[in-house]
Ligand binder design. Structure first.
Ligand code: ASP
Length: 453
């Protein structure tokens, strides 16, 4: 009898997402999610909320140790400071370039569609913008006063800085640091295993996260803001499926179809968590094990991209600027829009990839070009859904640049990239423990215990 074919994790996660969308919408449209109802209290804000948040916490828990150890290994793997500098500058330029293209295209599309013209500007959801850090602070804070504090806060840029410096110093110490480097490699492998364990429950968690988001969605708001939503989603899809894929093909020659197939998992995680930062473990796993990008490149480009590269967020800012300028009848002119492009690209450098941060960046842009910040209140109601979609685009951009840089440095395993099955996991295998190894380790622990008696 032939064995039944195992379902890969990606398929299960996609099923979780599909079922989550259906159930969430049913709960929403049937009115079952009314404030204080059983479903609202115990299912949506109870079970779904708890399961979803626990999962997002678990992902976040992995980010700092994973970035730390994989970057040390990455730096030691490159073994050459010049190459490191090249990887850094290439990825920085590509990240900024793709973001600038994204927002310029979004502004053009929104301007042609003329969204927001003739709309009523009265809004009851007042929005007061939070301060985004000034650029000078961003640069100063790249260097941590205290690396432990940066780790505890999950601040990505200072963490990247410290880990790279540590890796370089290890290389300079040379042979004496060998055991330390080997230790970091083992730690990195262990962290990757932890990613697999957490991912094995993803289908259920993604289901809970998405069902809650859909149940909470203000559907009537979608109707009111249909122009904004349609243009924004079209601009995001255009960037994902056309611009980024052309950039990938032109700069690396890699197959866009294969890329789109392999990136799906990371996109679903980004969509359900609305956080590029929380998705780092999955993005890192996807680009290294599914696409064949060497860890020496990915360990840097992925966390770096999660922080400084936000194509989707920039697109939202472009579309929102045109929309609100039209609603308030403000003519920004060419120089106004150029300022918006520049500000959005710069703002993306200093802000972490966490839910809703795009709105904070938007208030910074508005203040700069003189648009009313409270206008952001108009789009607040649909922002969570838009955030989910744009985060998937942000993460895809990180993976595109990682692949291009790795390919150009000869740090890409093309056989892995071309193999559709490479690196895909099924849930049972993710938590598989070899019994003989288990016994051996138990013996080692017993012996150590006996010796210390
Ligand atoms: N949630 C987005 C991210 O994590 C940022 C944003 O657009 O708000 O990439």
């Amino acid at each position: 009898m032939s064995e039944p074919k195992k379902m890969t994790l990606t398929v299960k996660v996609l099923m979780g997402m599909g079922l989550g969308i259906i159930l969430g919408l049913v709960i929403n449209l049937s009115g079952l999610n009314a404030e204080g109802s059983f479903i609202n209290t115990y299912i949506v804000n109870g079970l779904f909320h708890v399961v979803g948040k626990m999962f997002v916490n678990a992902l976040k828990m992995l980010v700092v140790p994973l970035v730390f150890f994989s970057l040390i290994c990455g730096v030691c793997g490159i073994g050459n400071i010049k190459t490191l500098g090249r990887v850094g500058s290439k990825s920085f330029v590509l990240y900024m370039l793709t973001t600038a293209i994204a927002i310029a295209a979004a502004i053009s599309l929104a301007a042609v569609a003329g969204i927001g013209k003739g709309m009523n500007q009265v809004t009851d959801t007042a929005f007061t913008g939070k301060e985004a850090p000034p650029l000078t602070e961003v640069f100063i804070n790249i260097i941590p006063k205290n690396p432990i504090h940066a780790m505890a806060e999950g601040d990505m840029l200072p963490l990247i800085f410290f880990s790279i410096l540590l890796g370089i110093s290890m290389l300079m110490v040379g042979r004496k640091a060998k055991s330390f480097i080997e230790g970091a490699e083992v730690a990195n492998e262990i962290m990757m295993k932890m990613v697999n364990i957490i991912m094995s429950v993803a289908p259920y968690a993604v289901f809970a996260l998405i069902a809650k988001s859909m149940a909470d969605l203000g559907i009537e708001l979608l109707g009111q803001l249909v122009g904004y939503v349609l243009v924004l989603v079209s601009a995001l899809m255009l960037h994902l499926f056309v611009t980024l894929m052309i950039v990938l093909k032109v700069f690396s020659g890699l197959s866009p179809a294969m890329f789109l197939k392999k990136i799906r998992n990371a996109q679903v995680f980004a969509f359900s968590t609305a956080s590029s930062n929380a998705t780092i473990p999955v993005t890192l796993r996807t680009v290294t094990e599914r696409m064949g990008v060497n860890n020496s490149v990915a360990s840097f480009t992925v966390p770096f991209g999660a922080t400084i590269n936000m194509d989707g967020t920039a697109i939202m800012q472009g579309v929102a600027t045109v929309f609100i300028a039209n609603v308030y009848n403000v003519d920004l002119g060419l120089s106004g829009y150029l300022t918006v492009i520049l500000m959005s690209v710069l703002a993306s450098i200093g802000t972490a990839g966490v839910p809703g941060v795009g709105l904070i960046m938007l208030s910074m842009v508005f203040a700069q070009v003189g648009l009313p910040v409270e206008g952001i209140g108009l789009i607040l109601g649909v922002d969570r859904l838009m955030d989910m979609i744009r985060t998937a685009v942000n993460v895809s951009g990180d993976a595109v640049v990682s692949s291009i840089v790795a390919k150009s440095e000869g740090k890409m395993d093309l056989a892995i990239y071309a193999d559709p099955q490479a690196g895909s996991i099924d849930a049972a295998e993710a938590i598989h423990i070899d019994e003989t190894v288990e016994q051996e380790l138990a013996d080692v622990i017993q012996q150590t215990h006996d010796r210390t008696q």
